[in-house]
Design a protein around this ligand. Structure first.
Ligand code: AMP
Ligand code: ZN
Length: 137
C-alpha cells in the first residue's frame, strides 16, 4: 500500500470506482476516461510502481486474470478485438504509478489510430539485436 496512490485507494475502497471484478489478488474497474466503451483497468492489489519492478509471482497470477476479465469485457460490449497493454514509465505515457493493465475494446472501423511504424536498416537491426541478446545471455 502506498498512501498517496489512487489505485491503492480504489483497492481499499477509500474512493469509489466501477469495480467489475475482485478477488484476493486483483481488482478490475472501468477507466474513468475511457478510450473506448468498456475500457477496463486490471490492477494487482499489491502495490508496485510499474511492470518491471513487479515481482514475478504477482505477474504470474495476473496474466490469467487479465485473460478472464478481458473475455468478459469483450463480450459485454460486443467488441471485435482488444488492446491489452501496460504503459511503463512516464515516457511511455504512464500517469498512475501503480501497475495496471489496460483492456481497451476495439471495434472494426473504430478509427483509433495505432502507433505509426517507421523503417529500419538491416545492419542497425542486427547491431541492436546483438546488444539485447548480450544483456539476456
Ligand atoms: P496510465 O496512463 O497508463 O497510467 O493510465 C492511467 C489510467 O487511469 C488512465 O486511463 C486514467 O483515465 C485512469 N484513471 C485515473 N484515475 C482513475 C480513477 N479514479 N478511476 C478510474 N480510472 C482512473
Ligand atoms: Zn498503489
Amino acid at each position: 500500500m502506498s498512501e498517496q496512490c489512487i489505485f491503492c485507494k480504489i483497492v481499499n475502497k477509500e474512493i469509489p470506482a466501477e469495480i467489475v471484478y475482485e478477488d484476493d489478488s486483483v481488482v478490475a474497474f472501468l477507466d474513468i476516461r475511457p478510450v473506448s466503451k468498456g475500457h477496463t483497468l486490471v490492477v494487482p492489489k499489491k502495490h508496485s510502481n510499474d511492470f518491471l519492478s513487479t515481482e514475478d509471482d504477482v505477474l504470474e497470477a495476473l496474466i490469467p486474470e487479465i485473460k478472464k476479465i478481458g473475455a468478459a469485457v469483450m463480450k459485454a460490449v460486443g467488441a471485435h478485438g482488444m488492446n491489452i497493454s501496460t504503459n511503463h514509465g512516464a515516457a511511455a505515457g504512464q500517469v498512475v504509478f501503480h501497475l495496471h493493465f489496460h483492456l481497451i475494446p476495439r471495434f472494426s472501423n473504430d478509427n483509433l489510430m495505432p502507433w505509426p511504424h517507421g523503417d529500419s536498416e538491416p545492419k542497425n537491426r542486427q547491431e541492436l539485436a546483438e546488444e539485447i541478446k548480450k544483456l539476456l545471455a
